[in-house]
Ligand binder design. Structure first.
Ligand code: SAM
Length: 314
């Protein structure tokens, strides 16, 4: 299976209307940042967010500096970097990490010169090593893993390992924000088709179709003992996520290509168990960035906010 994201490269941004998306989602992220600032203010300056230092390496742009009032934020699976750049423009010191060389190439080009923003090539499970001894090293006040990035883990055991790594990169009391599609609803309804989108550019017309393939025996895989509380439970089989992109130059023929990635359909229960297993507490599950409670049968998304360590700082 070729790498979906490297193959899409700059075409990834043709699937997303970024300014509208950031405007819709930003109030939620800003509420998490405000919560962190408030809890730090309550606790005094000893663990003040943004007070963490230790840069060893020059950041990607020479205007970057640690904001005295901002937070340190890691965006895992940052893709083309639009959220990361937005967080940096809000005054935070931001690291965007992604394993896709091609998406990072777009990110570095699009957001060159944004102060306080660094991009690092690394995926879930590789972050600690990749970030160590760089300006991007944690601990972070907040980690975002959004845009359905988390399901790219290979198994429930890899999910716990990835979350435990994120836990280790957060300062105690730091927040993890996760957003995945509602796989409880998708799997129960055997939903195959996600949205379609189109985009016209001066050089071509683009159409994107996104759909899932379900493996023939979805419940065949049994979890090992790697996850104590989940041992014996049935692991959800991975779905194949397909993107077919069509392209037609003015006056030309349609050309198309299909690319795929495997996704672990992470439902609310698996996510909550895995977060607890990885050392998170105060786990809140919501149905979207609008903040309503998560409903397995109704919600479009599963958005989770969890706190690193045992301390609840709400
Ligand atoms: C659907 S995109 C979301 C990108 C971005 N967060 C957004 O909201 O548009 C999924 C992202 O996950 C990244 N990805 C794939 N495998 C990953 C892994 N193992 N660890 C971290 N990120 C991964 C891809 O390169 C891609 O950027």
């Amino acid at each position: 299976m070729s790498n979906l994201y490297d193959s899409l490269g700059s075409r990834y941004d043709l699937m997303v209307e970024w300014s509208g998306r950031i405007a819709r989602e930003s109030p939620f992220f800003e509420s998490v940042f405000a919560e962190l600032r408030q809890s730090a203010a309550r606790k005094g300056s000893s663990d003040r967010p943004g007070a963490i230092s230790g840069p060893d390496e020059a950041p990607d742009d020479d205007t970057a500096s640690q904001s005295p009032t901002g937070l340190r934020v890691l965006d895992v699976g940052c893709g083309t970097g639009w959220h990361a750049a937005h967080f940096a423009r809000l005054g935070h010191t931001v690291v965007g990490a992604d394993p896709s060389v091609e998406l990072l190439r777009v990110a570095r080009h699009e957001h060159a010169g944004v102060a306080g923003l660094t991009f690092v090539e690394a995926g879930l499970g590789q972050l600690g090593l990749a970030l160590a001894n760089t300006v991007a090293a944690g601990p972070f006040d907040a980690i975002m893993c959004i845009g359905n990035t988390l399901p790219h883990v290979a198994s429930p055991a890899a999910l716990v390992a990835a979350l435990a790594e994120l836990r280790g990169l957060l300062r105690p009391g730091g927040r993890l924000v996760l957003q995945v599609l509602n796989y409880d609803k998708i799997v129960a309804g055997h939903i195959r088709f996600l949205g379609t989108s189109t985009r016209d550019t001066p050089i071509a017309e683009h159409l994107f179709f996104r759909f899932y393939d379900y493996p023939p025996e979805p419940s065949d895989v049994v979890l090992g003992n790697a996850i104590g509380t989940l041992a014996g439970a049935r692991a959800p089989a991975r779905l194949v996520f397909n993107v077919v992109s069509f392209e037609r130059a003015p006056g030309g023929q349609w050309r198309f290509q299909a690319e795929s990635a495997l996704l672990l359909p992470i439902g609310a229960e698996l996510l909550a168990e895995s977060l607890r297993e990885a050392g998170f507490s105060d786990i809140r599950q919501l149905g979207s960035y609008a903040g309503e409670p998560f409903s397995p049968g109704q919600s479009s998304d599963l958005v989770a906010v969890a706190t690193a360590g045992g301390a609840s700082e709400r």
